[in-house]
Design a protein around this ligand. Structure first.
Ligand code: NAD
Ligand code: AHE
Ligand code: ZN
Ligand code: ZN
Length: 370
């Protein structure tokens, strides 16, 4: 079949909207009509050329929601008409990782996924002249139709609106999951969240859900304050306005350091500040942000010797097929909010405006509605 897609032809160039060829689903695969997709900072990271795994030409996008149109041979858990959210972290329920309760990082298809290919080592997308186009994070939601492995789809309730629940495909689950699944924040904790964008705001609402007492937000952009306050921030710090040492300021504000700190910026200097602002003896710092090729984190080992720990999380530690339908329920039951964070919606033709708004710091989430 043919479908419309925003294609990343090469790093650093705007996406090009075009008709592309899409082959139907092979064994274990599913054809999905994408109804809506968010634009995450990670899409920008890869498009910019900073991603060591970035490959071109590719169809980016990994924060989608849609409807199953067709299933390939052997698919048993999904049927045409089912509503689904694509999972860049699949859940096969049988690999060594899925069987270990300490991780959500299913590795069943990680190698081919990282190479922009389906599990059989081929791509389903091509240009009209036959040039192959690579998949991205196993999802490629910047296409109106896409093919995914069955294990990379969460089946969700049919009454949930696509243009909101697409955000559960990455940002919502990552932010809330970092708090609930990875940090396992206790009631009464003090926390600091660095970066109050599409991920950081969801860390805030996760902290509020978990019953944190103090929730400090740190961002260079003061326009994020209003939304962050709405999602539970109790104190705001703009590093540009702090006189003297930022770590010392944050340690004083949290009366000795935070029980939990979260980096949602992707900046390795911020990651160091986050680690060092965690409480001596027990503070945990969770890295969510994705840093450019070649970037490295550093601190004095003494910071760890004296009881701080550095951790990381992908997709908020969530097991997608199991956890994503529950998060959709939380949204539909009013336990979590999504709507105010979706500040802009646009047709696929205007997707590059979504990237422009992100660069300008004017959006939280832009959502493309097909
Ligand atoms: P975003 O652009 O919406 O938000 C980033 C925020 O960080 C902005 O508000 C910006 O003003 C702020 N910021 C930038 N530099 C800063 C600094 N030096 N100090 C303080 N604040 C600063 O991006 P997003 O969509 O929220 O993504 C955030 C990060 O999380 C990105 O690196 C993204 O790639 C990563 N991410 C990781 C996962 C995961 O599974 N680990 C999932 C989704 C996104
Ligand atoms: N390809 C990059 C790393 C990108 C990365 O860490 N991605 C996160 C999800 S970000 C979603 O917005 C992730 O899931 N990581 C685990 C994994 O297996 O990729 C690089 O640096 O090479
Ligand atoms: Zn993402
Ligand atoms: Zn697995």
């Amino acid at each position: 079949m043919r479908t419309r897609a925003a294609v990343a032809i090469e790093a650093g160039k705007p996406l090009e909207i075009m008709e592309v060829n899409l082959e139907g689903p092979k064994a274990g695969e599913v054809l999905v009509e994408i109804k809506a997709t968010g634009i995450c900072h990670t899409d920008e990271f890869t498009l910019s050329g900073a991603d060591p795994e970035g490959l071109f030409p590719a169809i980016l996008g990994h924060e989608g929601a849609g409807v199953v149109l067709e299933v390939g041979p052997g698919v048993t858990s999904l049927k045409p008409g089912d509503h689904v959210i694509p999972l860049y972290t699949p859940e096969c329920r049988e690999c060594e990782y899925c069987l270990n309760p300490k991780t959500n990082l299913c590795q069943k298809i990680r190698t081919t996924q990282g190479a922009g290919l389906m599990p059989d080592g081929t791509s389903r997308f091509s240009m009209l002249d036959g040039t192959p186009i690579l998949h991205y994070m196993g999802c490629s939601t910047f296409a109106n139709h896409t093919v995914l492995p069955e294990i990379a789809l969460a089946k969700v309730r049919p009454d949930a609106p696509f243009d909101k629940i697409c955000y559960i495909g990455c940002g919502v689950t990552t932010g809330i999951g970092a708090v609930i699944n990875t940090a396992k924040v206790e009631i009464g904790s003090r926390a600091i969240v660095f970066g109050l964008g599409g991920i950081g705001l969801n860390v805030l609402q996760g902290l509020r859900l978990a019953g944190a007492d103090q929730i400090v937000g740190v961002d260079l952009n003061p326009s994020k304050v209003e939304m962050a306050t709405r999602f539970g921030m109790t104190d705001f710090v703009n590093p540009a306005e702090v006189k003297g040492d930022l770590v010392a300021h944050l340690v004083e504000l949290t009366k000795g350091g935070a029980d939990y700190t979260f980096d949602a910026t992707g900046n390795v200097n911020v990651m160091r500040t986050a680690l060092e602002a965690a409480h001596k003896g027990w503070g945990e710092s969770i890295i969510i942000g994705v840093a450019p090729a070649g970037a490295e984190i550093s601190t004095r080992p003494f910071q760890l010797v004296t009881g701080r720990s550095w951790r990381g999380t992908a997709f908020g530690g969530a097991r997608g097929r199991t956890d994503v339908p529950k998060i959709v329920d939380w949204y539909m039951d009013g336990k979590i909010e999504i709507d105010p964070m979706i500040t802009h919606t646009m047709p696929l033709e205007d997707i590059n405006k979504g990237f422009d708004l992100m660069h300008a710091g004017e959006s939280i989430r832009s959502v493309v509605v097909y």
